[in-house]
Design a protein around this ligand. Structure first.
Ligand code: NDP
Length: 437
């Protein structure tokens, strides 16, 4: 086995156990209940609650769809198609950031091409009457059910692979089987030399499914009502702009915490394979049978506000990456950037330097990029108006996730950069919301 690096957890073991048990026991039923409420209970938590009160556990078991052959076929064909695009579409060679063990992973940047091919293929299949995306909507519960079980098995595979055939020295055991399974063993697991598993799970399966399902919901509403309501249009356009931005900037994503710091385990992989397709797309799932009419003016205001937030979020990420790529020799908001030169030691004992940007968006707060991210999610949900809370679940979840992530990232950077991070905190005192938090 490769020399191991200690798998550090950012939370205490007690919190890790608690979070793991909650995720394992609560998230799968939640995904099913979310789907059931959106599709069969008018988006009303009260209606689902009453049903469960009346029918108890047996009633819950009855609404849990069994994974059918159609569901497995859809998942398998979609997964195989995305894997083939990831492997065979041409793309520029891109180097990821230096890993904690001192490695530099290499990727093929063909995400935008894969995204384009996927959407064109999917819409063409519908347009030419070869495959109707409403089939996906009609089997959604079965698909989520299959994904819940399939992803769990996939995470067991990742755990075993981490033990018997790690792809690089960025791998290792914490000595605790539960933590290894939950947080993962390998940072960059691959099949062969070129097929990167995290790029597949996070980007090509998870994020791609977001766009595919957004289009599916739109088509389903069209087939149900003979037209697409302006609320659905705003929701779909904003989600597609967001996912397009993601693939446009996919190589940048390979520098973020998800890829460069979080190992491939249940936490991240299950999240991308199950939680993203179900929870992230849920505002659109709600709108399918709630064709709210906003009126052109209101629809346009929401659309513009949403696009602006997505742009600002993109610009924050772009600014940080441009700053790092040029080694600080770039303009930030028209001026030379202010920065901190932070040295740190890798796990192999080498001393390295990173630049921390302290002006532009990164001078407003240490994680300002999360503010437009949350607001964008609000703007693609608000077309659902305020009759029910459930469409806003994603916004609420994202807010908690990102505030927790800001803390996790701060803790990690503090232990990586020590006094230099302290200096950054003195210069930029707020963690997320300038002047408040
Ligand atoms: P990033 O990884 O992009 O940024 C944090 C990292 O950047 C730190 O770990 C540190 O890494 C480096 N860094 C921190 N401060 C500075 C600085 N001042 N100057 C230069 N580098 C710095 O963050 P995220 O992965 O959290 O976010 C990336 C994008 O993904 C965002 O747009 C975010 O909104 C989005 N996102 C969306 C989620 C969703 O579920 N919708 C979830 C999470 C993120 P290093 O070790 O290199 O110094």
């Amino acid at each position: 086995m490769a020399a191991s690096t200690e798998a550090k957890t950012v939370h205490s073991p007690a919190l890790t156990y608690f979070s793991m048990l909650s995720l394992l026991s609560l998230c799968p039923p939640f995904v099913i209940l979310l789907w059931y409420t959106m599709v069969h209970a008018d988006g009303s938590i009260g209606q689902t609650w009453n049903y469960l009160m009346q029918h108890g556990l047996q009633g819950f078991i009855e609404i849990w769809p069994r994974p059918t052959a159609t569901a497995w076929k859809i998942i398998f064909v979609y997964g195989a198609f995305e894997a083939a695009l990831q492997l065979f579409l041409p793309g520029k060679r891109v180097e990821g950031p230096i890993s904690p063990a001192g490695n530099r992973p290499v990727y093929k940047a063909n995400g935008m091409a894969a995204y384009f091919v996927t959407l064109v293929t999917y819409i063409s299949l519908w347009w030419f009457g070869i495959f109707n995306p409403t089939v996906v909507y009609d089997h959604l519960g079965e698909i989520f059910s299959a994904l819940i079980f399939g992803s769990l098995i996939f995470c067991v595979f990742l755990y075993i692979k981490g033990h018997v055939a790690p792809s690089s020295t960025d791998s290792g055991s914490s000595g605790n089987i539960i933590i290894d399974f939950y947080w993962g063993m390998e940072l960059y697991p691959r099949i062969g030399k070129n097929f990167d598993i995290k790029v597949f799970t996070n980007c090509r399966f998870g994020m791609m499914s977001w766009a595919v399902l957004a289009v599916t919901y739109c088509i389903k509403q069209y087939e149900l009502y003979g037209k697409v309501a302006d609320s659905m249009l705003v929701n779909t356009i904003l989600m597609l702009v967001y996912v397009t931005k993601f693939f446009w900037w996919e190589a940048g994503y390979w520098n973020t915490m998800d890829i460069a710091h979080d190992r491939a385990g249940f936490y991240i992989c299950w999240g991308c394979l199950v939680w993203v397709p179900s929870v992230y797309t849920s505002p659109g799932m709600y709108l399918v049978n709630h064709p709210v009419n906003l009126g052109t003016q209101l629809a346009l205001y929401i659309l513009v506000a949403g696009i602006l937030c997505i742009y600002i979020n993109y610009d924050c990420d772009r600014q940080r990456q441009e700053f790092r790529r040029t080694n600080g020799k770039c303009k930030v908001w028209g001026k030379a950037p202010s920065k901190i030169e932070a040295t740190y030691t890798t796990t192999s004992g080498e001393t390295k330097t990173s630049l921390l940007l302290t002006s532009g968006w990164w001078g407003l707060s240490r994680h300002f990029h999360y503010v437009p991210e949350i607001l964008a999610a609000f703007f693609w949900t608000v077309p659902a108006l305020f009759n029910h809370f459930l469409p806003y679940f994603y916004v609420a979840f994202l807010t908690i996730l990102l505030f927790d992530r800001a803390k996790r990232d701060d803790d990690r950077c503090r232990s990586k950069y020590g006094k230099y991070w302290k200096l950054y905190c003195t210069k930029v005192p707020y963690r997320v919301i300038p002047g408040i938090y």
